[in-house]
Ligand binder design. Structure first.
Ligand code: TRH
Length: 390
């Protein structure tokens, strides 16, 4: 049966990852599939960083073809939409965000019960394939929750990727005017003979060592850091302000703190750089599609649980045909960047990584082409949901 409409419920835990994924998915379902999408968000302040036109206090508004509504998470939270509210064909509970019981009751009582999906976090670990599409009946209500996992393997939900992304990247790379517009927007004069690096990260004990290494190195490095956690740390190291527009030259390092841009424009920064440092999950996926060497600062978890996630991702990359030397340098640098060793490992790890940049560029490009065969997450969600409708 056909699916035409979606309710997506999102909480902003911290940072931008959860809302980043939900906002991207919502836009894609609305714009590419022509579906009706209601996106429910509990924190408009964080959301507005990705979509600045958002009105912070509006009870309902439409942005980029998506209806946006506030809500409060939690089983006991009130859920009081209009009296004639009927849930859409699919209800997505993003990242186990804890839907109110009052909403579940509405879902159970709906003339056609919605497909209920828990969209999970991205991981490259092998167990994801076993858990993808698993079901869990509600203990009291006649509802079944389905677990849907993004992933890097065929038996997962795949990765979010807009259908026009490849064409947009190609057009950007062949347009000096589009590139000039990016630099103008960021307030940066690109240096012709420098290694250009974007650096989006959490605060990181390895950062000062890397900046010092670039400062003292033989090669000019132009580093663009979006305002935020790592940029604040860099500003402290430099003794400057952390505001966008800050620029500093230290030895061979030219460092710029650039504005946080609306989500649609973030890709251009990645396309324009030789190496991209990314973090969390959504920016990680975008860095794959940028097809450039990338370094992942994974979201830290208790008991270093994120180390297994990082290693699983590196292991998948290793299986794509990457030369052993290249993979060894990539692994060592990503581990050093994620605190497996000490800051003293950084200079050597960077030197080895730097030497492998041409091979990494080829290898990441090959991997992202392979990943495109998984189908994109939004289309996979549509197909899955259509199969669940009675
Ligand atoms: O912000 P994050 O660290 O998000 C994290 C993780 O996803 C983590 O797994 C999750 O549990 C936690 O949030 C709650 O990193 P992420 O996932 O890359 O999200 C950043 C978003 O910000 C992404 O959608 C890209 C977007 N972005 C912009 O729109 N403009 C910008 O200028 C920049 C730098 C990022």
């Amino acid at each position: 049966m056909t699916i035409r409409s979606w309710d997506i419920f999102c909480t902003v835990v911290d940072n931008f990852g959860d809302i980043g994924v939900c906002w991207r998915l919502a836009r894609q379902l609305a714009q590419e599939h022509g579906h009706a999408v209601r996106l429910w968000v509990d924190d408009f302040h964080s959301f507005a960083r990705l979509a600045p036109e958002l009105a912070p206090d509006a009870p309902a508004q439409r942005v980029a073809g998506v209806e946006i509504r506030p809500w409060q998470p939690g089983a006991d939270a009130p859920f009081t939409p209009e009296d004639d509210f009927v849930p859409h064909d699919v209800v997505i509970e993003a990242f186990a965000c804890d839907l109110p019981t009052a909403l579940l009751q509405r879902m159970a009582a709906a003339p056609r019960k919605p497909v209920w999906i828990n969209l999970e976090y991205l991981s490259a670990e092998a167990w994801v394939s076993d858990h993808h599409r698993m079901m869990s009946p509600h203990p009291r209500l006649p509802l079944v929750k389905h677990f849907f996992f993004p992933g890097f393997a065929h038996d997962t939900g795949g990765l979010l990727r807009e259908s026009m992304l490849g064409a947009q990247r190609k057009a950007f790379l062949s347009s000096p005017a589009a590139q000039a517009a990016l630099w103008h927007r960021l307030g940066v004069r690109p240096l012709a003979h420098a290694l250009r690096v974007s650096l989006f990260a959490y605060a990181n004990s390895a950062l000062p060592a890397l900046l010092a290494h670039w400062r003292d190195g033989a090669e000019p490095v132009q580093c663009l850091m979006p305002q935020g956690l790592a940029a604040q740390q860099a500003a402290q190291w430099l003794g400057t302000s952390a505001e966008p527009g800050t620029q500093a030259q230290r030895g061979n390092l030219s460092l710029h703190i650039v504005p946080f841009v609306r989500q649609e424009l973030f890709d251009e920064l990645l396309w324009a750089c030789d190496v991209n440092f990314v973090r969390g999950e959504d920016s990680l996926v975008r860095a794959h599609w940028a097809a450039r060497p990338l370094v992942w600062h994974i979201y830290p978890q208790d008991d270093d649980a994120h180390h297994a996630k990082l290693d699983a991702w590196l292991a998948r990359l290793a299986r794509t045909g990457m030369p052993a030397d290249t993979m060894a340098a990539m692994t060592a640098f990503c581990r050093a960047w994620n605190g497996y060793g000490t800051e003293r490992d950084i200079p050597r790890a960077w030197a080895d990584f730097r030497a492998q940049i041409p091979a990494l560029a080829t290898g990441i490009d090959r991997w992202q082409r392979q990943l495109q065969h998984l189908g994109d997450l939004a289309a996979n969600l549509v197909a899955f949901s259509e199969n669940q409708v009675e």
